[in-house]
Design a protein around this ligand. Structure first.
Ligand SMILES: N[C@@H](CCC(=O)N[C@@H](CS)C(=O)NCC(=O)O)C(=O)O
Length: 241
């Protein structure tokens, strides 16, 4: 039986798992879990992940949450090429360094920008105070600066000449604010050149397939009934406002 991947491509970590599996020709069954429809709160998904977050994996009786754990599991099970998660001690440490850093930095800030610029004003109907927005933008820019100056420096990819899980996890988070109309690549030639290398490496078709929902979010949200957001409104406001 093929591995099942529970995904919603609006979600950054789902996009990295999706592209990782596709790029490595890993056979899997795409199980769509619509976050907007609250499907992650349903009984079926509760049997897969008590954490109730996507992505999640089921391989027979074995269930796993957390995108990075899922990609490392797939890398080991399907023996994907070494460059994704290098065996070399120091190269792997570089990948781990980025993966450990990003959770509370660019991941939080990219998500926050998406919610503050698009979802909270347009879908929840609440105004975002200017100082909140300015602070969020400053935090995001600080993280983008760190990605350029510390993690990339003058290298083509985060660990050097080759793509790794670190670049894959980075790109999906950096793309998130674009969904809310904020072009984070504007005025950042180094970051833009790196994005182009990652997109070329992944393959433009696959990269664009993974990102089409998020890049179409401003239009897509117009079709969504805002009352659906009532379910997560308190959580979102606690997290981001
Ligand atoms: N650290 C987790 C984060 C997973 C996560 O936060 N998923 C979000 C979508 S991006 C989610 O499912 N949110 C639903 C909720 O919190 O109710 C990972 O890397 O997989």
């Amino acid at each position: 039986m093929a591995v099942e991947l529970y995904l919603d491509l609006f979600s950054q970590p789902c996009r990295s798992v999706f592209m990782f599996a596709k790029k490595n020709n890993i056979p899997f069954e795409f199980k769509k879990v619509s976050l907007m429809d609250g499907e992650h709160y349903g009984d079926d998904f509760g049997k897969i992940s008590i954490i109730r977050k996507v992505p999640a994996l089921r391989d027979g009786d074995f269930c796993l949450s957390e995108s990075i754990a899922i990609m490392v599991y797939l890398a080991e099970k399907f023996q994907t090429p070494d460059f994704w998660y290098p065996a070399d001690l120091q190269q792997r440490a570089r990948v781990n360094e980025y993966l450990s850093w990003q959770h509370t930095a660019i991941r939080m800030q990219g998500s926050k920008m998406f919610w503050l610029r698009l979802m909270i004003p347009k879908m929840i109907g609440m105004e975002v105070p200017k100082e909140k927005m300015d602070g969020a933008l400053e935090d995001l820019n600080n993280s983008l600066n760190l990605i350029e100056e510390k993690f990339l420096q003058d290298r083509p990819f985060i660990v050097g000449d080759q793509m790794s899980l670190a670049d894959l996890v980075a790109i999906v988070e950096i793309m998130q604010p674009l969904g809310a109309g904020l072009d984070v690549f504007d005025g950042r030639p180094k970051l833009s050149a790196w994005r182009d290398r990652v997109r070329t490496f992944i393959g433009e078709e696959l990269f664009d397939e993974a990102h089409q929902n998020i890049l179409g979010a401003q239009e897509g949200m117009k079709q969504i009934d805002p009352s659906k957001l009532e379910l997560f409104k308190p959580k979102i406001l606690r997290l981001f406002l």
